[in-house]
Design a binder for this molecule. Structure first.
Ligand SMILES: Nc1ncnc2c1ncn2[C@@H]1O[C@H](COP(=O)(O)OP(=O)(O)OP(=O)(O)O)[C@@H](O)[C@H]1O
Ligand SMILES: Cc1ncsc1CCO
Ligand SMILES: [Mg+2]
Length: 266
């Protein structure tokens, strides 16, 4: 895996424009749809029980985000995960606020049993998910560093086969064989809600078209972090960061990407 491979994957999303089904959350629904469009994908947000199986069937991947979970949406998520796994379609789970309440944890443990293609969360969420958490989750924000969650990520990969992404200052993407470390991004990204949710939605687009899932998730996270880093340079604060980020997801060039990307594989 090298910088050119990751860039080629970013271009393939722009060319193929996959249709991505999202069960998002009330906070980020608009932002994540816009992030997918800016990346070159085609988003559709849908959670009605009556249409989930058909929707999953026509889309190339699904994104399941538990951010504003309720009893109705919980069933939407199970329907989507069930249909995706029976059709062999890729899906990604964002365990927003894992460990905060037993309702979230029960929902997540059921979702994991459908063997998500990818799980992407911050360090606190990944540790809560692996039931190894010794640090209480502070709502939806992480209280831990991503490298503290590597063991937790590996245990999720071993139990459920998922590629695991732990986001933070360093984004870590792992499967049972390799670990990818991405050191781009900007601290200001933690001051805009739902950039992790946007990262997860973008992962949905990449797993829709790229067969190698470790590469797909690494390409998605490198796009998000490099675009965020460039956007932060032009931003006066969180409001303009969100605006510049959408622009950069859309118009990032090969030169910008290769000159900024900081990644390593172990
Ligand atoms: N301290 C940091 N420095 C640089 N980049 C960061 C930092 N923290 C997060 N990021 C970047 O922000 C993006 C979102 O990751 P983050 O870990 O904040 O997600 P999250 O906690 O799930 O966010 P949310 O729940 O608000 O969606 C990633 O692309 C990541 O690289
Ligand atoms: C703030 C917040 N609350 C539920 S979902 C969400 C968006 C970040 O995950
Ligand atoms: Mg999150």
């Amino acid at each position: 895996m090298d910088s050119t491979t990751l860039w080629n994957h970013i271009e393939s999303i722009r060319e193929k424009s996959p249709l991505v089904h999202n069960i998002a959350n009330f906070v980020v629904m608009n932002n994540t749809a816009n992030a997918l469009l800016a990346t070159g994908a085609s988003p559709i947000m849908a959670h009605a029980h009556s249409e989930i199986p058909e929707m999953v069937n026509i889309c190339q991947a699904s994104v399941i985000n538990i951010g504003t979970l309720d009893e109705y949406w919980q069933q939407s998520m199970f329907l989507a995960a069930d249909k995706a796994s029976s059709l062999g379609k890729p899906f990604v789970v964002d365990p927003v606020g894992a460990g905060a309440t037993s309702f979230r944890d029960q929902t997540l443990s059921e979702l994991l049993n459908y063997r998500p293609t990818v799980v992407r969360g911050n360090a606190s969420e990944i540790m809560a998910l692996a039931k190894l958490n010794t640090t209480p989750t502070k709502g939806v924000d992480s209280t831990a560093e991503s490298n503290e969650a590597i063991e937790a990520g590996l245990s999720i990969n071993e139990a459920f086969g998922s590629v695991v992404c732990i986001s933070g200052k360093t984004d870590i993407v792992l499967d049972g064989k390799k670990k990818v470390f991405l050191k781009n991004g900007h601290e200001l990204m933690t001051k805009v809600t739902g950039l992790g949710c946007s990262a997860t939605a973008i992962i949905g687009a990449f797993i829709a078209v790229i067969d190698n899932k470790l590469e797909a998730v690494s390409a998605a996270m490198s796009l998000m972090a490099v675009a965020g880093e460039l956007a932060a340079k032009n931003a006066d604060g969180p409001g303009s960061l969100q605006m510049h980020l959408l622009d950069k997801l859309h118009n990032l060039t090969a030169e910008e990407f290769s000159s900024l990307l900081k990644f390593s594989v172990e």
